[in-house]
Design a protein around this ligand. Structure first.
Ligand code: ZN
Length: 460
């Protein structure tokens, strides 16, 4: 039996912070408290005095080796989960994407093959539904039974990914009746397509047109419409990557009348400014991600939404494409640039530095947003998302006196850029444990290859 005692740290959970020791046995936390004097000699002792222990991050929005945007994403399950681990994330829920014509179960099997034996942290899947032709709804029950209790649909990208309102209603109702939930990408795809065509007709084909073709109202309208459709379907709904003030207000209004509506935002909507679309040449292509970055008024509303709980999860939406690849595909027309950016490695550091140390959220709120709430939302709690007896020993040792420097040259993400180049953040993730194994130290992966386990998820 392998026992490890992490002693003398501040142990932070979403509900409380205490000075305590954490005893780990066989991959699980067995006790939290004053243990140093009562644990016998047969135990590895690690001095973490002066450090914070937070639950390993749970990132419920990632796209590893995803085929959806015309080119595969740059990180596969090995490189992507190594980057996650180095950044303090020990669980992901990744989108298993159905390509047109494929059954849902075939799509799931393909995604299992990509992850099995390659992921280094534990992982679950959402089922991303893009083609409902010929009876795919009938597969939902089997998908849920296999541990994939959440579905994803797009209200944008007509012709490739988009579902119409009737299909959205079908998906919500079918998943809801099974006790599952639906993650919705809310944008008015048809209006965006027209705005984008107008820009191209005017010769405005560069990356900034991505921003101009997706004004805030295109998101807000879709959020309001989807909430109404979820009401009609009598089903819960979860919005991925909210970026606007109006969306936060719409979710808040629904929650005030006790509708089962939840909202997520992503690190980049909280931290990056749309002036990045004014970078010279094709460099603005780095931030062609969807929805686009928003002005400060929206960022402020998102931070407020986090404190009120109307926005309850911060994910990465890690969907990386090298800038060279974006330019190869979309230099002549911004509509061809694969949409997406990185985030899996720096979500925990950015939210700690900008959120906690920036004075915007408490330490406990930080744990809630990055670990506890996403674990609860998607049926992984209390196995994941908390440092408590019985939970998996997924633990991040964070040094509040250290600092984090972000650079493409040192990141583990398989990418030729980072939109946070040169950022210096207070706080440093020193060590990361997954099921009791030390898997990352000072930004370097030190664990075994392919050690991640598939996490079948219950309905919630
Ligand atoms: Zn996404």
């Amino acid at each position: 039996m392998h026992r490890t005692l992490l002693y003398g740290a501040q142990v932070v959970n979403s509900a409380s912070t205490q000075t305590a020791d954490v005893l780990i046995e066989n991959g699980r936390v067995v006790a939290v408290g004053e243990l140093a004097a009562i644990v016998g000699e047969n135990c590895e002792r690690i001095d973490v005095r002066g450090k914070l222990l937070v639950p390993g991050g749970v990132d419920v929005h990632t796209h590893l080796e995803s085929p959806l945007n015309g080119a595969p994403t740059a990180d596969d399950f090995e490189s992507g989960t190594i980057a996650a681990a180095c950044g303090g994330t020990t669980t992901i829920v990744d989108f298993a994407a159905q390509v047109k014509g494929q059954t849902l179960l075939d799509a799931l099997a393909v995604h299992h093959d990509k992850a099995r034996g390659r992921a280094v942290i534990d992982y679950g899947f959402h089922m991303c539904v893009t083609d409902l032709v010929s009876g795919k709804l009938a597969e939902f029950a089997e998908v849920v039974q296999s541990g994939v209790s959440s579905f994803k649909v797009f209200m944008a990208y007509r012709g490739t990914l988009m579902v119409n309102d009737g299909e959205l209603f079908d998906v919500l109702r079918t998943a809801g009746r099974l006790g599952g939930q639906v993650c919705v990408h809310a944008e008015n795809g048809d209006v965006i397509d027209r705005l984008a065509s107008d820009l191209v007709a005017e010769g405005r084909t560069g990356p900034k047109s991505h921003l101009l073709s997706r004004p805030p109202e295109t998101e807000v309208e879709a959020v309001v419409r989807a909430i109404a459709i979820a009401d009609m379907a009598d089903a819960p709904i979860y919005f991925v990557h909210l970026s606007t003030q109006g969306s936060v207000e719409a979710v808040a209004e629904a929650r005030h009348r006790n509708a089962s509506v939840a909202g997520e935002t992503c690190t980049h909507y909280l931290t990056l400014d749309p002036s990045l679309y004014d970078q010279p040449g094709f460099k603005a292509g780095e931030v062609v991600l969807t929805p686009p970055l928003r002005e400060k008024v929206h960022r402020d509303a998102l931070w407020r939404g986090l404190t009120t709980g109307d926005v309850s999860v911060v994910s990465s939406d890690h969907c990386p494409y090298c800038l060279a690849e974006k330019e190869r595909l979309g230099a002549h027309d911004f509509r061809e640039i694969p949409n997406g950016g990185p985030g899996i490695e720096h979500r925990m550091s950015l939210l700690y530095g900008e959120g906690v140390r920036g004075g915007r959220i408490s330490l406990e709120k930080y744990v809630e947003l990055t670990a506890a709430a996403p674990a609860k939302q998607f049926g992984l709690y209390p196995k994941k998302g908390v440092i408590a007896a019985g939970s998996d020993a997924d633990i991040v040792v964070l040094d509040p006196a250290g600092e984090t420097v972000i650079s493409a040259a040192t990141q583990n993400q398989r990418l030729d850029y980072t939109p946070y180049e040169g950022w210096v953040l207070p706080g440093r993730i020193e060590q990361v444990f997954s099921r009791g194994d030390l898997i990352a130290a000072s930004g370097t992966y030190v664990g075994a290859r392919g050690r991640g386990n598939y996490l079948p998820r219950a309905t919630v």
